[in-house]
Design a protein around this ligand. Structure first.
Ligand code: ADP
Ligand code: MG
Length: 265
């Protein structure tokens, strides 16, 4: 029996009084590709950000490869809380890569330098090795020609592929994508989805928040519908898109499908 590479148990997140994640339990098996769908403000981004500790969970635990992240500590009132060390979180962020809607490239350095940056400053690779790895990853996403270009000279689709190369260069065990095509012009969506699809074919473990339901249908091994900070329904793409069991899932799918679900089959 395989064991999960990533586990979220009872994960909760408050922003002040606002409870955004209300107890998320999820086991991610190695090689799984999980599409996360749901309305705006339902907590999808916050969930991904908690998984790689860009946000600190308020409650619950996250295990990476069978080990709980952080250390349980009893506070003065006798309640157990989890405390995290910055060194451990830095390690977690290396092992769980993330690609954002807005690319988040540094504008003042070249494409190659953008991909090398984390390898040098975070992973402490020697410059030459960092450069070789960055060149290889940029080649993988089809951008060998753009090593010395500045991000502003690239199309949105190319910038997002640089961001993907940057994430891959860290050799993460898990990749998180937060609406990677949402800020792209329609004609540039395809090249980014093809890049993500190629990673899927390599058997990588990925979680993808997306509104591209047609892509999610083909890409995912499992789909989660998030509603109001909980996993409202989950299942195979076929179950969620063609035969959702819960009314709100069905309504969401109907609202979001710009094209007939039949066209996806
Ligand atoms: P989604 O990605 O599903 O659109 P988010 O996870 O971005 O949703 O946001 C969920 C809720 O949390 C929203 O109400 C949002 O306004 C709120 N939220 C997100 N980040 C913060 C933050 N840093 N501070 C306060 N509220 C936040
Ligand atoms: Mg979001």
């Amino acid at each position: 029996m395989n064991s999960p590479i990533l586990r979220s148990a009872g994960l909760r997140k408050f922003f002040g009084p606002l409870e955004v994640l209300k107890g998320i339990d999820l086991d991610v098996m190695p090689g799984e590709r999980i599409a996360i769908i749901g309305g705006s403000g339902s907590g999808k981004s916050t969930f991904l950000r908690c998984l790689n500790f860009m946000e600190t969970p308020t409650d619950g635990r996250i295990d990476l490869d069978g080990r709980q992240i952080g250390r349980v500590k009893r506070d003065r009132s006798g309640k157990d809380t989890v405390v995290y060390s910055e060194a451990e979180l830095c390690d977690v962020r290396k092992r769980i890569g993330m690609v954002f809607q807005q690319f988040n490239l540094f504008p003042h350095i070249t494409v190659l330098q953008n991909v090398m940056e984390g390898l040098v400053t975070v992973s402490h690779l020697p410059k030459q090795e960092a450069r070789e790895r960055a060149v290889a990853e940029l080649d993988r996403v089809g951008l060998s020609e753009k090593l010395d270009a500045f991000p502003a000279r690239l199309s949105g689709g190319q910038q997002q592929r640089v961001a993907i190369a940057r994430a891959l260069a860290m050799r993460p065990e898990i990749l998180l994508f937060d609406e990677p095509t949402s800020s792209l012009d329609p004609e540039l969506v395809g090249e980014v989805l093809r890049t993500i699809n190629a990673l899927a074919e390599e058997g990588r473990t990925m979680l993808l928040v997306t509104h591209e339901l047609g892509f999610a249908y083909r890409f995912a091994t499992r789909v989660l519908y998030i509603l109001d900070g909980v996993i409202h329904e989950e299942g195979t793409p076929d179950q969620i898109f063609n035969n959702p069991q819960r009314e709100k899932t069905r309504a969401f799918i109907e609202r979001s499908s710009e094209f007939s679900l039949k066209a996806m089959q």
